[in-house]
Design a protein. Structure first.
Length: 280
């Protein structure tokens, strides 16, 4: 966990929610009132965000006492209690929605990721996320993918060169794009991996002929062409399948022998896991 990123996120999220005060709690509950609440799981899945929840409670009120009963990555069932928190009721209520929003979203992602990882457990292929994340929540969403058993692809535009179809077209072709990328890294003194997306076997042959890359993304390939591509690559580069991959066909993609499968749906269209924070 990157403490600096998390602290900034919590600071911004609390300010967005609180504004000039939680006037409902301030008007209905006497100052100094103490209470206790428990976080109740209302749907089966994989738990994610407990560590973040502890940080949120601590940021809002360091005097709150949090008792963690289930850890991140735990398989949970309806009715499980993930944690209890006690102390100032004003503080608990201020933290409530932020804790739930984060944990529900993260647990939904972890649950989806875990399910897909299990579907290909008989293959060495690993599941990757993408940059198809919610602005401002990328760190949390990619954290949840890891909790669910997936692997993070690049975090942003800064930690890897990923030459996609638009880059290739604007650069005037695959070989031009690869050469320019390597020249740029040399000139900037940067040590970044280079991945390039290919749309067909002809483009794949161009990439292999040029070389000087680390990973090849095989985008929207048919199963037959994907098998041919993996055979052609023959372990010389890392292979990644992308495009149109779902829970229904992910095992068939893994059977083609690729090293990685990237799935944007892990983060861009996932259902949150139901849970609530209730006074007890």
């Amino acid at each position: 966990m990157d403490k600096q990123i998390i602290e900034q996120f919590i600071k911004n999220a609390v300010a967005e929610d609180r504004g000039d005060g939680d006037h409902t709690s301030l008007s209905t509950i006497p100052a100094g009132t103490q209470g206790k609440a428990q976080l109740i799981i209302k749907e089966d899945g994989i738990l994610a965000g407990i560590t973040l929840a502890v940080e949120i409670f601590s940021y809002i009120d360091p005097s709150l006492v949090v008792n963690v009963l289930l850890e991140d990555g735990a398989a949970v069932r309806y009715g499980d209690i993930a944690l209890t928190v006690s102390g100032s009721t004003h503080s608990i209520l201020l933290a409530e929605r932020l804790v739930l929003n984060c944990m529900q979203r993260m647990s939904g992602i972890a649950t989806k990721t875990h399910a897909i990882v299990q579907m290909i457990s008989g293959y060495p292929t690993r599941i990757l996320d993408t940059r198809k994340t919610t602005p401002g929540l990328r760190y949390l969403e990619k954290w949840a993918v890891r909790i669910g058993g997936g692997v993070n692809h690049r975090i942003g535009l800064y930690d890897m060169i990923l030459i996609k179809d638009n880059h290739v077209d604007y650069a005037g072709g695959i070989k031009n794009a690869i050469r320019a990328a390597n020249q740029y890294l040399a000139a900037q003194g940067k040590d970044l991996q280079i991945e390039i997306e290919v749309r067909n076997l002809s483009e794949l042959n161009d990439v292999i002929e040029e070389g000087h890359i680390d990973r090849i993304m095989l985008d929207n390939f048919s199963f037959d062409d994907l098998k041919k591509a993996v055979s052609t690559i023959d372990g010389r580069f890392i292979s990644e399948a992308s495009g149109g991959i779902t829970e229904e066909n992910v095992a068939e993609y893994a059977a083609c022998g690729v090293d990685f499968i990237s799935i944007g749906a892990l983060t861009h269209s996932v259902k949150s896991l139901d849970m609530s924070l209730k006074a007890c």
